[in-house]
Structures are given as structure tokens and as C-alpha cells.
Design a protein around this ligand. Sequence first.
Ligand code: AHG
Ligand code: MN
Ligand code: MN
Ligand code: MN
Length: 310
Amino acid sequence: MAVTLTSYLFDKKKEIGHLDDDLIILINEIASATKEISAKVRKAALLNVLGSAGKTNVQGEEVQKLDELANEIILDTLKKCGKVSQIASEEMEDKVVLSNSGYAVAYDPLDGSSNIDVNVSIGTIFSIHKDNVLKPGREQLAAGYVIYGSGTIMVLTLGRGVVGFTLDPESGNYLLSHPEIRLKEKGKIYSINEANRDKWVQEGLRKYVDFLKGEKYTLRYVGSMVADVHRTLLKGGVFIYPADKKNTSGKLRFLYEASPMAFLIEQAGGLSTTGEKSILDVVPEKLHQRVPVIIGSKWEVEKCLEFLAE
Ligand code: AHG
Ligand code: MN
Ligand code: MN
Ligand code: MN
């Protein structure tokens, strides 16, 4: 018998102390929102929701129609569900405060905006804390992403390992398809935008990438963090978005991208670092704060730190 996301969550209640009914309802609501986004993504060209929305967001990026649509679908869901205290989104300048206590959700409604129009994998990332969104990643109660790829898959952690559910297009249910996602100790792939090589701040990083080439690693870089992290989780290797001369703290946002992905990677047995400490130990000060990201298999991340220390 197939295990649905809902039955999986109720089943885990006994084992995971912080998994109460409210958190289960919230995760189910987020899952429903992503089903709606998935449906829009699948027929985007028919719905006239491809292309730019004609505005710039707080990140200084051109907003795509689907960024806006996905943001509204999730925002609406979170506001209505009655379990949420605070909401922060990559696409919103300020956080929404609904109450003093409850679950605080930070999300990247549509990750991989540059890939929307060309039918390459994109996703949604979410992070759940108690009460307040501005907390270290280690205090997350749950985090996950949904990848809208050749299939729609939700990858989730409740702080006890990592699991994956595939959206069954026939029943409309998320069904358990990846009962235990464990990262390999060492992989064969590195993932970084090498076009920025000359702009990287650290010489050690250039030497590290050259070292991986010498070790016969191959390069895979989709340009959607969800897709690059999904592959890293399943196949091992390393994903990096470093500081460069233009983005002095890297490009990726702590709250919506780095922190939830680092939680998933570490829960799957991998490592995460900013180059200085685990991403999960960063104490965020601002909503849209950025942070350098080095995540993946233990061996590659440790080796990267050795090169950066030289
Ligand atoms: P978003 O589409 O949510 O703004 O995120 C884009 C991010 C991330 O998905 C990806 O890893 C990175 O941008 C790619 O950046 P470059 O194009 O600079 O390589
Ligand atoms: Mn963006
Ligand atoms: Mn993103
Ligand atoms: Mn985004």
C-alpha cells in the first residue's frame, strides 16, 4: 500500500516530539499549495504565465509572472491555515506578522526563475520555525523543497533524516517514493557557476575546483538550486555558491535557500558550511541576508575547507 504524505506524518507523531497536529496540518497545507503551483507550471505556456511580470523585487531581480503567482498561492494558503505566526518570502520586502505564537514560515516560492521559460526544473523551498523566522537553521522544526521536474517531488526533513514523496498525477497525492535519502560520503560531481571563476574572492576555491578536475570529477550546474541540491542529495558531490566580487556574501538567501537546504543536506548525512562555520550555526540578522553556500558530501566539503584554509 502506498504511503501518503499525510499518513506518513501521522505515523511519525509518536517518534518526533515536536510533530504536533498543527505542524502536520501546516505541512499538508504547504503540500497542497505546491500541487497548485505544479499544475500551473505544467501548463504555464497555455495559461500565459511565462515571462516577466515587469517589476523588480527586493532582491534587485526581475520578477517573473510565475514568481508572483507562486508567491500568492503560498501566501494565501499560509494566511488561511490558522497555524502561522510569521511569513517571510524571497518575493516580499517585509515579513507578514499574524500572531505572536505559532509556526513561522520562510519560503522561496519559485526557485530557478531563469529556468521557467525554458522548461528546465524549478522548485519551491520552505523552512519552518517556532514563532519567529529570524532564527538559526539548526532550530528549524521542518524544511523541504518541491522540485517541479520531469516529476513533482517533495523532499522533507523533520529533523530526523530525509524522505521524498512523488506527486502521483492520477490520485493527486504525494506518495512516499524515497523512504530514506542518505548522501554518499564522496561523489563524482561538482556544481558551481564556473563562469564567475575570475570573480571568486578566494584563490583556494579556484585551486579546489582544479583539484576536483584532476580527480576526474564532472561538472553539473542547472542554475536552479532545487535541482542542483536534489541531484547532490541523490548522487553525492558538492554544490557551491561562493562569495564573489559582485556578490560579496554570495547570492543565495539565508532564510529561503541556504538554511533549509543545509538542514536537508546535514540531515541526509552531508555537510554544510559558509567557509567558516556550518550554515546551520549562522544567526540571521536580516530577512534577506545572503550567505556563501558550500554543501554536499562529507568528503568534498571537508576537502574544500582544507583548500580554503591554505
Ligand atoms: P531564484 O530563482 O529563487 O531567485 O534563485 C536563483 C538562484 C538559485 O536557484 C541558483 O542556484 C542561483 O540563483 C543561480 O545563480 P547564477 O545564475 O548566478 O548561477
Ligand atoms: Mn529570485
Ligand atoms: Mn531561489
Ligand atoms: Mn525564487
